[in-house]
Ligand binder design. Structure first.
Ligand code: ZN
Length: 203
């Protein structure tokens, strides 16, 4: 791609770094921004700056939040005896959209993946075990994607969790078409959470 301006090229390069955005799309986005009034562009860049600067992670479940404790963890009407373990915040959003789950969450921040150099200590696993040590939790639902990394992580977690006095469940992952939880439709995901099964019996 030949650019008539270094600044244009630089902006296109930055947009092109985003996942799923090719050079052509990046150019289209940048040209679109150029056409916007100044206020619009400032709002756009401002929201990105705010995001990085002010966003927090809930100190209990590690979901993205605006406060030290997220709205789900601080809600008294949620069932704090049930923890649903997920890979990232997109899964929390997908499960919340089903309106079928009243428990709380624990966001691992990824899956164990030796190929990508992600080991158990890179994830919020110790923090999960810490939550179980309070004795308040009765059930842990492992809602991880039906991929090799998901399987590896579930097996690792199971070995860590089995010594605690908690029920360990998994969601019906056979239905997770394409693997990722976020792509499963709400009805199917909601049903699979409602009909979750004990891990031991499932495997
Ligand atoms: Zn939280």
């Amino acid at each position: 791609m030949q650019f008539s301006s270094k600044l244009l090229e630089q902006a296109v390069d930055e947009f092109g770094r985003l996942p799923g955005v090719g050079k052509k799309t990046a150019l289209r986005l940048v040209l679109h921004l150029l056409k916007q009034p100044d206020g619009e562009v400032s709002r756009f860049t401002g929201s990105i700056n705010d995001l990085k600067e002010h966003i927090r992670y809930c100190r209990t479940c590690f979901n993205i939040a605006d406060q030290d404790t997220c709205e789900i963890c601080s809600a008294s009407k949620r069932d704090h005896e049930t923890i649903c373990v997920v890979e990232d915040t997109r899964d929390v959003m997908a499960i919340e959209n089903t309106n079928q789950y009243q428990g709380v969450y624990h966001v691992l921040g990824g899956l164990i993946s030796p190929m990508d150099g992600v080991g158990p200590t890179d994830l919020k696993i110790d923090a999960l075990l810490e939550r179980l040590r309070t004795g308040e939790v009765k059930e842990v639902i492992l809602a991880l994607s039906a991929t090799m990394e998901g399987d590896t992580t579930i097996f690792y977690l199971y070995r860590k969790l089995k010594d605690f006095n908690v029920q360990i469940s998994t969601i019906a992952r056979g239905i997770a078409f394409g693997g990722e939880l976020e792509y499963v439709d709400e009805l199917t995901l909601g049903r699979s959470i409602a009909t979750r099964v004990p891990y031991e019996r499932n495997n």
